[in-house]
Design a protein around this ligand. Structure first.
Ligand SMILES: Nc1ncnc2c1ncn2[C@@H]1O[C@H](COP(=O)(O)OP(=O)(O)OP(=O)(O)O)[C@@H](O)[C@H]1O
Length: 312
């Protein structure tokens, strides 16, 4: 062996070890983007099972979609999920759980971005400007972290056409202007389609069938057509649907009395208070339920549970 080459080899090896341990050390204190890190599917599954009530379809599709996507080293396009359902059924809640499972700081992560239509895009006459800003923001952030997550809340209040600005980023291109968007995740949240979902859930209930028997195929096709034809869905006549760029339409079922009670218990637990069944019942009974005759579904889902609990 030649001493110089051995020296070089040792030098290179220690530089590499140093670099790796430095990155490991660095990432323990500062947030790192790790697009190659596979998703811990069982952790996500457990989180949804323990925390999310009454949404068997959403839980199942989300776990499948995210594990499939994150375990694929070469996805052909960004993952796009469109979450639909009545108010307070858990769409924001699920996005938060998903964000935490992808980037440990969750919604506070530098790699997770939340857009709220009425806050970030309030003026209809400024659509062009918003489209430019949105494209720049997404381009910049995906260049920094390929596995960035973008959540669009209140899609139903988004001006028609605005979202089509991000179409090139969701398409099957390998790169757009030197940036690959294939590892990014886009999540749309919307109340649009809530009426269609409720109708299906009610049909099942009236036919004496179990809620858990509702399958994705009972809802997904109706949902995509309904949303496409709904002028107030944010996806009205959208190229995203037209070009099949939305991977999953995920229905959130309206919540029943028993689910509201589960939310109250979860909130008590989160506050560290002992579970008091009298209070659980009282809070649940204060909520309003529809349809008028049967009174099955909470019209605000679990949304006002936290504030109502303060009164007891
Ligand atoms: N299915 C659920 N399981 C457990 N908790 C829930 C569920 N739905 C709602 N919650 C609770 O209610 C709160 C409000 O729900 P969330 O904000 O997720 O509703 P949303 O569907 O996004 O409503 P909106 O369409 O009005 O934005 C959540 O933070 C969570 O604590």
């Amino acid at each position: 062996f030649e001493p110089i080459s051995i020296g070089i080899a040792i030098g290179a090896a220690s530089a590499l070890t140093g670099y790796l341990s430095y990155t490991g050390f660095y990432c323990r204190f500062a947030e790192c983007c790790r697009p190659e890190q596979p998703l811990n599917a069982s952790a996500l599954k457990l989180d949804l099972k323990e925390k999310l009530f009454g949404q068997h379809l959403a839980a199942e599709v989300i776990v499948k979609a995210l594990t499939g996507f994150r375990n694929n080293k070469n996805p052909k396009k960004a993952l796009t999920l469109s979450l639909h359902g009545w108010a307070g059924t858990g769409k924001n809640f699920v996005s938060q759980i998903v964000a935490e499972n992808l980037h440990s700081k969750g919604l506070k992560s530098n790699f997770v971005h939340l857009f709220v239509s009425t806050l970030h895009f309030p003026h209809e006459q400024k659509i062009k400007l918003y489209q430019d800003q949105l494209q720049n923001w997404i381009r910049g952030n995906v260049s920094t972290c390929a596995s960035s997550v973008f959540i669009f809340d209140e899609m139903d209040k988004l001006h028609p056409g605005l979202i089509d600005a991000i179409k090139p980023f969701l398409d099957y291109y390998e790169q757009v202007d030197g940036v690959s968007y294939r590892k990014a995740i886009f999540i749309f949240l919307s109340n649009a389609g809530g009426d269609l979902i409720t109708k299906t859930a009610l049909d099942f209930w009236r036919a004496g069938k179990k809620r858990e028997d509702i399958q994705l195929k009972d809802l997904e096709p109706v949902l995509s057509v309904g949303v496409f034809n709904n002028k107030h869905s944010g996806l009205w006549h959208s190229g995203l649907i037209d070009r099949n760029l939305i991977d999953y339409f995920i229905p959130f079922l309206p919540l029943e009395y028993r689910h509201v009670k589960m939310c109250v218990r979860a909130e008590m637990e989160a506050r560290g208070s002992p579970i008091n069944e009298d209070i659980v019942t009282r809070v649940a009974e204060e909520m309003t339920f529809f349809p008028k005759d049967e009174k099955i579904y909470s019209d605000k889902g679990c949304k006002t549970v936290q504030s109502r609990l303060d009164f007891h």
